[in-house]
Design a protein around this ligand. Structure first.
Ligand SMILES: *Cc1c(COP(=O)(O)O)cnc(C)c1O
Length: 749
């Protein structure tokens, strides 16, 4: 069965064996075979590669179990402050390698699989990505879980176990086509269902105000079934929990009160309730006000708060100061009215006392200032789905406005600006305003972004009105440093047959010409088609030959990012200043030895500060220039008329040079750039081209280039998520991070 060994294999075997430990390897092999037999129910004659992957995953998982139980026992005994990270997205990617690295098992597993005649890397490639996120916001949540465990914080991630994560992107004739991400098809070895902790979540119904308090009656119930995934810290024996809820119809669903179609129809209708956790909304920086999305947001919040309160009631000290809830954007903002409802309606706490607890417990992270991304839910939708929460929000707002009118008598314009309820066309609830009023700490995701939100939404909403201490702190964030390592730099490029211009991901704003589009998002899809069309021309041009290729990397996701980012030499971070809250790809490239060409926006500002501005290629307008241009009025036509090169490029696009069979294909796109471009990209064009010329000149001088790379890598420490989480712990949660280990299961207690 074993393959003949090459010299390279033998060297690898020797070097690995030195580190792996013979006993460990023997045990791993035994356990691998045991799982193949007892868990997968296969022998080696019929086992598939996927069976081998599952056997390996289960073997590694066994090493987590004792640590996981021990960690939870430790928290129960020590009763430290708990932090709850609430997020509608956790963009985890793959788990096997991260687990092996954090448990120091990688070398031993490599050796064990090798001795079994298997290639570990090939098995790792079989694992599906847990693609439960769109991009930066979800990946941030995943990195934060890793860092919270590595820093010994008693932390829990709470979210939704979407049956379908972010869609798989196929490119067909240059167009994006979406496919469902059926990531659970073969089972998920990392999760453990906990049906014994199922919780009811209520929707719809009516509110009754009675002598002994407020009652929410005649609701429809959906059950929230928790699935737990272990989150190991880096070699500290800590394993925290990410708990994701799945929707389950109760056994009597539609059989009692809504029995119209009879038994068969009632059973078929269970799907309706279970649709709540069916699919992740593929919207990055975009608000889509659908009822199903509001149901998802309440579902995760209601189930999670029941869990938090159960754990709180079981704790020894029982102080509300020992609970922190962090809201990842406004998506879980209903935690604020829901906690009020539990405290006031169920626990019979006074409104004032309850509000004090809510504000001291909750903190909110803002992720964007783009108006199309801000959650503003129509009041009618709320009235129908969550009638009691609407009343509570009205009462929060009444008291909020009362305080403002005392401070600013007669200032009706201020009242209108600061209200949680917007009166434009249909009445809408401004969720960002609610989060700011209901939190003791608000932060942005980069220093410049924190400054911008202070000057805009926060100032507008609660100027001078803090309940407790106000925290603003800039921070930046990056993946855990084990995630993207420099190793891939050459292997990835060598995997392609020519030097390539690689287009990665991403969203429309700020990166006007590249991305993965949410389905139905027309402009975004047209931009993808434009990129692939330009690629078709360049890649088949006989004069250009093999000197330049433009590749659109299909189906960008965590696993692809881990391979592609370390292979890059130049990172383009070219958002119009003031539009990108932070960016995180910029930091990943920096860590991995790419140089940045970028605007003074988001975290680029702090990257330039850390590495030295002379070690980045900075171009274009600053935020103040953009504001000045807005005042003056942006006129795309004047740039088009005065920059011949720009005119030629635009004319080629609109004239069908890149789409000869459909000459008018990109007319609308060009029309947008010429007449309604919110991002004013032509204003940065000339400076961008000049800056690219500097890049090209420097690239020829590999010694100078390398020097700049070293300054960047040396300066990227600030962008560690461990650093960020330490700051959150101290400044927002009032907790002390620790690098201490707890005892491993095989250590004597
Ligand atoms: C980091 C990351 C993102 C976010 O990148 P930004 O540059 O912050 O937009 C999106 N998708 C994946 C897979 C990532 O790893």
């Amino acid at each position: 069965m074993a393959k003949p060994l090459t010299d390279q294999d033998k060297r690898k075997q020797i070097s690995v064996r030195g580190l792996a430990g013979v006993e460990n390897v023997a045990d791993l092999k035994t356990n691998f075979n045991r799982h193949l037999h007892f868990t997968l129910v296969k022998d080696r004659n019929v086992a598939t590669k996927r069976d081998y992957y599952f056997a390996l995953a289960n073997t590694v998982r066994d090493h987590l179990v004792g640590r996981w139980i021990r960690t939870q026992q430790h928290y129960y005994e020590k009763d430290p402050k708990r932090v709850y990270y609430l997020s509608l997205e956790f963009y985890m990617g793959r788990t096997l390698q991260n687990t092996m690295v954090n448990l120091a098992l990688e070398n031993a597993c490599d050796e064990a699989t090798y001795q079994l005649g298997l290639d570990m890397e090939e098995l790792q490639d079989i694992e599906e990505d847990a693609g439960l996120g769109n991009g930066g916001l979800g990946r941030l949540a995943a990195c934060f879980l890793d860092s919270m465990a590595s820093l010994g914080l008693a932390a829990y991630g709470y979210g939704i176990r979407y049956e379908f994560g972010i869609f798989n992107q196929k490119i067909v004739n240059g167009w994006q086509v979406e496919e469902a991400d059926d990531w659970l098809r073969y089972g998920n070895p990392w999760e453990k269902a906990r049906p014994e902790y199922m919780r009811p979540v209520h929707f719809y119904g009516r509110v009754e105000h009675t002598a002994d308090g407020v009652k929410w009656l005649d609701t429809q119930v959906v059950l929230a079934l928790p699935y737990d995934t272990p989150v190991p810290g880096y070699r500290n024996n800590i394993v925290n929990t990410m708990r994701l809820w799945s929707a389950k119809a109760p056994c009597d669903f539609n059989l009692k009160d809504f029995n119209v179609g009879g038994y068969i129809q009632a059973v078929l209708d269970r799907n309706l309730a279970e649709n709540i956790s069916r699919v992740l909304y593929p919207n990055d920086n975009f608000f889509e006000g659908k009822e199903l999305r509001l149901k998802q947001e309440y579902f995760v919040v209601a189930a999670t708060l029941q869990d938090i309160i159960r754990r709180f009631k079981a704790s020894k000290f029982g102080s509300t100061e020992f609970v922190a809830i962090q809201l990842n954007d406004t998506h879980p903002a209903l935690a604020i009215p829901e906690l009020m409802r539990i405290l006031v309606d169920i626990e019979k706490v006074s409104w004032e006392k309850a509000w004090d607890i809510v504000v001291r417990t909750c903190a909110y992270t803002n992720h964007t200032v783009l108006p199309e991304a801000l959650e503003r839910w129509p009041v009618d939708l709320f009235q129908n789905l969550l009638p009691r929460h609407l009343e509570i929000i009205y009462e929060i707002n009444r008291r909020h406005l009362e305080r403002i009118s005392k401070l600013y008598p007669g200032d009706n314009d201020r009242l209108r600006r600061m209200s949680l309820i917007e009166e434009v066309d249909n009445r809408k609830i401004n969720m960002a305003h609610m989060c700011i009023v209901g939190s003791h700490a608000v932060n942005g995701v980069a220093r410049i972004h924190s400054e911008i939100i202070k000057d805009t939404i926060v100032l507008v909403c609660v100027f001078n009105l803090r309940h407790t201490q106000e925290y603003f702190h800039s921070h930046s964030q990056i993946m855990n440093s084990t995630m993207f390592v420099v190793l891939h730099k050459f292997s990835f490029v060598n995997g392609l047959s020519w030097r390539s211009q690689i287009v990665l991901s991403i969203t429309e704003y700020g990166c006007p010409l590249c991305f993965q589009a949410a389905p139905g998002y027309h402009t975004a899809k047209m931009i993808i088609k434009l990129i692939t069309s330009i690629g078709d021309i360049i890649n088949n041009d006989p004069v250009v030959g093999d000197r330049l290729k433009l590749i659109f990397l299909e189906n960008y996701r965590v696993t692809l990012a881990e391979k592609a980012i370390p292979a890059a030499d130049l990172s383009e971070q070219i958002s119009t200043a003031g539009t990108e809250a932070s960016g995180t790809g910029n930091m990943k490239f920096m860590l991995n030895g790419a140089l940045t060409i970028g605007t003074m926006d988001g975290a680029n500002v702090e990257m330039a500060e850390e590495a030295g501005e002379e070690n980045l290629f900075i171009f274009g307008m600053r935020v103040s220039d953009v504001e000045a241009l807005d005042k003056k009025g942006y006129d795309a036509l004047s740039y088009y008329n005065h920059i011949p090169e720009l005119k030629q490029a635009v004319d080629q696009i609109s004239g069908g040079f890149f789409s000869p069979s459909q000459p008018n294909l990109f007319k609308d796109l060009v029309n947008m750039l010429m007449h309604h471009d919110r991002f004013k990209v032509f204003a940065d064009y000339e400076d961008y081209i000049k800056c690219q010329e500097k890049v090209s000149a420097l690239y020829k001088n590999s010694k100078e280039w390398t020097k700049m790379v070293i300054h960047n890598i040396a300066g990227c420490g600030k962008f560690s998520s461990d650093r960020t989480i330490s700051q959150y712990a101290r400044e927002i949660w009032g907790m002390e991070p620790s690098l201490e280990k707890i005892a491993a299961p095989d250590d004597p207690r």
